[in-house]
Write a new protein. Sequence first.
Length: 116
Amino acid sequence: MNLGFVFQGERFPLINPQRSIFKPQQMRYLLSSKTVFPKSGAKVWYDDQCEVHRQIFEGEEAVDYAFMGQNPAAADNRWLREALENHIPIIYFLGIAPGRYQAVLPAFISGGMPRL
C-alpha cells in the first residue's frame, strides 16, 4: 500500500509502483528511488538488484544504482542528475522482500552520472 503523505490538502504518494524513480508532478525535484528485491526465478533487470544488499549490509558508504537505459536525457536520469547537482535528499527504498521496502533516508546521489 502506498499511502504517502498529505501536504496542503493534497495527497502525495512516496513511490510509483511501476517505476524505480519517482518525482511527483507537483514537486520540483525527485522524491524517491527504490531497488526491488529480486524474486526467485524472475528476470533481474538491473545489476543493482544483486549488489545493493551486500553493499548496505557490509556498511559501504555508497551503493550502486543503475540508470534507466542508455539515454542520459531520459526523464528518470535527468531527475537523478538534478538531485545530484542540487544536493537534494531523497528517500531510498531498499527492497527487503517482494513488494516490501525499508526506507533509507536521507539518501543523496553522489556521482557516476552519465554525460548529457
